[in-house]
Design a binder for this molecule. Structure first.
Ligand code: COA
Length: 327
């Protein structure tokens, strides 16, 4: 059975920055409150000329360059996103923009767990021998669906895009994984469709609604994350035949610094092994893990052979962990 190697990472550079002080001009909040409760100091926003597909394409291009792989060699593009340019799917626009003419492309939605779910999905195609070269992208423009007058949510989120390249290899570097869902907790975090009935003909109506901005029960999501994330990492480690002592780096979904600290504490992972870019990016949903990974790789922190515990968690509710070895 072919193995899976991660051979490149990339991210998009978003130039618009929104600081906590900027936000305090819009809602009743402060830099002190946001930084103390979340660790966030600023976040990036997509510019008016950006699109989800342009950001995803930039991240994928950078990941392909690191992997030294041409777009024509890509077999599959998996785009994890909850904020598509097109509800029919955005991955094909990325495929066209990259010039990945041989690749099949589709979207996968699992909110802030989207990148881990997509990574594991991509690995199955490689392990079965169907595809050799896969680009997995996590990209979200949550600013489109944020209620900018709701201080309990708008301070948390930012926009971003990150990507990795997976290749078939002799040695399998996806060492273990575990994925979970619990739809009974769906109401805790939503970007839900709101139907509006419109008359069509006679007594036949159609639903012509739209999506309402993000709503969240912050305390419930916090409790969910600090209990489920350590558990799912332990399960993935068990499948890998490893323990927490084997973790070189934890690259978790960047939701909240307090969640990262609590998870590391429960697992006994030292804080200097926890990758965090919370302060600069906030919560970028499906983008947060590949973005944090790419920054740590390019900063020379993550080195070939390092064991990385990664975990995503969020709306659905969904959560999942993957233990990977870099390159
Ligand atoms: N600025 C200032 N005050 C704020 C505020 C803001 N941006 N947001 C909420 N508050 C106020 C509340 O109104 C409340 O005031 P009150 O006591 O007068 O009613 C007080 O701060 C405490 O609110 P609470 O919601 O209890 O805060 P908290 O300690 O639970 O922190 C979160 C809120 C959102 C930071 C925290 O619950 C959290 O991180 N949850 C997880 C969210 C998450 O990660 N979601 C994404 C998962 S993918």
């Amino acid at each position: 059975m072919p193995g899976v190697s991660l051979v490149g990472s990339g991210s998009a550079c978003l130039t618009v920055q929104l600081t906590n002080d900027d936000l305090s001009q819009r809602v009743d909040t402060s830099d002190e409150w946001i930084a103390a409760r979340t660790g966030i100091r600023q976040r990036h926003l997509a510019a008016a000329t950006d699109s989800l597909s342009s950001l995803a394409t930039e991240a994928a291009r950078n990941a392909l360059a690191m992997a030294d792989l041409s777009a024509e060699e890509v077999d599959l593009i998996l785009l994890a996103t909850s904020t598509p340019d097109d509800l029919f799917g955005t991955a094909c626009q990325v495929q066209a923009a990259l010039g990945a003419t041989r690749a099949v492309a589709f979207d996968l939605t699992a909110a802030c767990s989207g990148f881990v779910f997509a990574l594991v999905t991509a690995a199955q195609y490689i392990r079965t021998g169907v595809f050799k070269n896969v680009v997995v992208i996590g990209a979200d423009v949550l600013s489109r669906w944020t209620d900018w007058d709701d201080r309990t949510t708008c301070v948390l989120f930012g926009d971003g895009a990150g990507a990795v390249v997976l290749r078939a290899s002799e040695r399998d570097r996806l060492l273990g994984f575990e994925l979970c869902s619990d739809g009974s907790l769906n109401h805790c975090l939503n970007l839900a469709y709101q139907p509006e009935t419109a008359p069509l003909v006679g007594d036949i109506n159609v639903q012509m609604g739209t999506f309402s901005p993000i709503t969240m029960n912050g305390r419930e999501v916090y409790k969910f994350a600090v209990s489920r994330v350590p558990e799912v990492i332990e399960k993935a480690l068990f499948r890998a035949g490893l323990t927490t002592a084997d973790i070189d780096w934890m690259v978790l979904h960047q939701a909240n610094q307090r969640i990262l600290d609590a998870v590391a504490d429960r697992l006994g992972v030292p804080s200097d092994r926890v990758v965090s870019n919370m302060a600069r990016h906030g919560n970028t949903s499906a983008a947060s893990i590949p973005l944090a990974l790419d920054e740590a790789v390019r900063a020379g922190k993550i080195q070939p052979g390092d064991v990385i515990a990664t975990a995503g968690f969020g709306a659905g509710l969904t959560w999942g962990a993957a233990i990977i070895q870099w390159r």
